[in-house]
Design a protein around this ligand. Structure first.
Ligand code: ADP
Ligand code: MG
Length: 275
């Protein structure tokens, strides 16, 4: 695992505009998102303000339809906000072209999905390798080394040659975690990563993500409506009807809530998550 920590501290690509050391990794400022259903506007998010510090293990909690996936998609540059701004590493991503966003996504963001979304014709190791093929400056040797290390981290070394349909749900999600980590992303986003897994397997997957978060300092943001999953986070953002209703910081077994809806900084508490 030390090697993972090491490789996370050495980003593959230099950041063009590095953020000041104490700035939030992600800033969401007055963001709203409106979908159009026929001629009916549907407001999925309104007035969202949120700072996400580097190294956190953050749960976006809320019932179905509250806007969790919409928020993750905006942070993940899959979609753009209707109003407001989103900054990742100090860079405004809310007004960029689709091409620029695709590039940013490929290098800065790892995704983990409820339904795993592995490529069925590729083996586990090929699925993990796939995002690395876009990074031309990476040598073949370095690429293979990284794939091998990541499969080891998620406990699937012996399953490297297996295709997704030869793996259990939990194993598939482990492949997806390794794939999400492959490019050393700034942030890993997981949309209900345990929703298609039984309770025990879901718990193992969450603990694996948590271990990687602790050991490598990788930032995880995941959505869930499962209280047991929320309780494994160290930060929580509660959504209801497209609004942030509560922000929480873990203190031992309890949550300390801030009911303010806007920017808050918690850099101090996060420093221990970096190492
Ligand atoms: P959650 O992930 O918390 O279940 P979503 O972000 O998926 O919530 O959805 C929030 C609201 O936006 C819901 O009312 C949903 O029906 C609506 N919505 C989500 N995606 C779309 C879309 N592409 N087009 C129209 N409405 C959408
Ligand atoms: Mg959702």
């Amino acid at each position: 695992m030390d090697r993972v920590a090491e490789s996370h501290q050495r980003p593959l690509t230099p950041v063009a505009n590095p953020a000041p050391a104490r700035a939030a990794l992600v800033r969401v400022e007055n963001v709203s998102k409106e979908y159009r259903l026929g001629d009916q506007p549907l407001v999925a998010l309104r007035g969202i303000n949120l700072n996400i510090d580097a190294g956190v293990f953050l749960a976006i909690a809320g019932p179905s339809g509250s806007g969790k996936s919409t928020l993750l998609n905006l942070i993940g540059c899959i979609d753009t906000p209707t109003t407001g701004r989103i900054y990742i590493g100090g860079q405004d991503v809310s007004s960029q072209s689709p091409d620029a966003l695709a590039l940013l996504r490929a290098r800065s963001i790892g995704f983990i999905f409820q339904t795993f979304n592995l490529l069925p014709v590729l083996s586990a190791e090929e699925n993990v390798e796939y995002p690395l093929l876009q990074i031309q400056e990476l040598s073949v040797t370095e690429r293979r080394r990284r794939v091998e290390l990541l499969l080891e981290v998620v406990g699937l070394r012996e399953f490297a040659r297996h295709r997704p349909n030869q793996l259990s749900g939990g194993q598939r999600q482990r492949v997806a975690i390794a794939r999400a980590l492959a490019v050393n992303p700034k942030i890993i986003l997981a949309d209900e990563p345990t929703a298609n897994l039984d309770h025990k397997t879901g718990g193992q997957i969450l603990r694996l993500m948590r271990r990687i978060n602790r050991q490598s300092g990788a930032t995880f943001v995941f959505s869930t409506h499962d209280q047991r999953v929320i309780d494994m986070a160290d930060r929580r953002v509660d959504l209801e009807d497209g609004e942030v209703v509560r922000l929480g910081i873990r203190s031992g077994k309890d949550w300390i809530y801030a009911n303010e809806r806007t920017d808050r900084s918690s850099d101090e508490e996060d420093n221990d998550a970096q190492g």
